[in-house]
Design a protein around this ligand. Structure first.
Ligand SMILES: [Fe+2]
Length: 325
């Protein structure tokens, strides 16, 4: 883990770690929308080069202004958050809280919705209130993660793909009605079919969904290969050890609320998942949030995480630019 302490990106990092490109206003009181409008082409190029962009010291105008920031940068309004895997609250419109997850737990590095058929190409984070300690949003350049993955492990995933299996048990974890934002079973089945997800109703009233996806993708702009998948994030071995052991005491591996396998259903050995977590961590960098920071992330170049934290920490999140647009 590299900690960025300098306001500017350290020399020599371009194209290496996901060091966010950093931009600050020349004059105090500069509005972020005006700045983006005047520098959009350069900012987009910087985002594609570095994988992430930190806009610090601008007048954002709170959550309303943040919504406008997304529109200014992406040219479209933020996307709705569908097929949810983690609890979030709506702040306003399509601006959400970052995951409402216990503050003392880490959220591991991942690329938003990389288990879906369509994902947001661009993510936005806005620091409405910084945490007291830690609480960073670490980033990892997934070009570097791919290079850190053992060639044999990569070949296995490229040949077999990977699979996410989710079980929405009655009375345990996120109910399917919340995950799919409906209580219409036929609607869920149709939704899944359109997105290449197999849906199976269970005798206990629960639902099992299975989706097979690719592990390595090509970035649509740069053509670079990237390690873009949720095989590590959703693997039971990535949970806190006591949580994973507790769940494995209750459920068989295929019945866990969420778990990953090779695309043909074969188990991903724990040591492979360990290796993949190490590959992500080897590529990760962090910075401390400051109030009114806006972080723009190219979701197909950088994975993001959340450190545990103390204090209030209010980080708003928005997503834009669907991959099939
Ligand atoms: Fe996320």
């Amino acid at each position: 883990m590299t900690t960025i302490t300098s306001e500017e990106t350290p020399a020599g990092w371009a194209g290496e770690g996901t060091v966010p490109g950093v931009r600050r206003p020349d004059a105090p009181g500069t509005g972020i929308h005006e700045y983006i409008d005047a520098n959009r082409a350069e900012l987009r190029a910087l985002l594609t080069e570095r994988g992430a962009l930190l806009l610090r010291g601008f007048e954002v105008g709170g959550v309303d202004g943040f919504d406008g920031t997304v529109r200014a940068f992406s040219g479209t309004p933020p996307l709705a958050y569908a097929e949810r895997s983690s609890p979030r609250s709506t702040i306003k419109g399509q601006v959400y809280t970052s995951t409402d997850y216990p503050p003392d737990e880490e959220i591991f590095l991942h690329n938003e919705n990389s288990y879906q058929a369509v994902w947001p190409r661009t993510l936005y984070f806005f620091c409405a209130e910084p945490p007291l300690t830690q609480g960073a949003t670490p980033l990892a350049d997934i070009r570097r993660v791919l290079r850190a993955v053992d060639p044999g492990v990569r070949a296995e995933f490229e040949a077999r793909g990977w699979q996410v299996v989710r079980n929405f048990h009655a009375g345990f974890g996120v109910p399917w009605q919340e995950a799919f934002n409906t209580s219409d079973k036929d609607g869920v089945v149709a939704y899944c079919r359109e997105r290449g997800i197999d849906a199976e109703w269970r005798p206990d009233g629960g639902l099992r969904t299975t989706a097979v996806r690719k592990a390595v993708h090509r970035h649509p702009v740069t053509g670079e290969e990237v390690w873009f998948n949720h095989a590590t994030f959703f693997h039971v071995g990535t949970l806190a050890p006591e949580v994973g052991a507790g769940l494995r005491a209750i459920f068989a591996d295929e019945d866990l609320p969420t778990n990953t396998f090779y695309g043909d259903g074969g188990a991903i050995p724990d040591e492979v998942a360990d290796h993949l977590r190490a590959a992500y961590r080897s590529a990760s960098v962090r910075f401390d949030w400051q109030r009114d920071d806006v972080l723009v992330v190219d979701n197909m170049l950088a994975a993001h995480a959340r450190e545990p934290f103390t204090g209030p920490r209010r980080i708003a999140v928005a997503m834009a630019e669907p991959s099939d647009a």
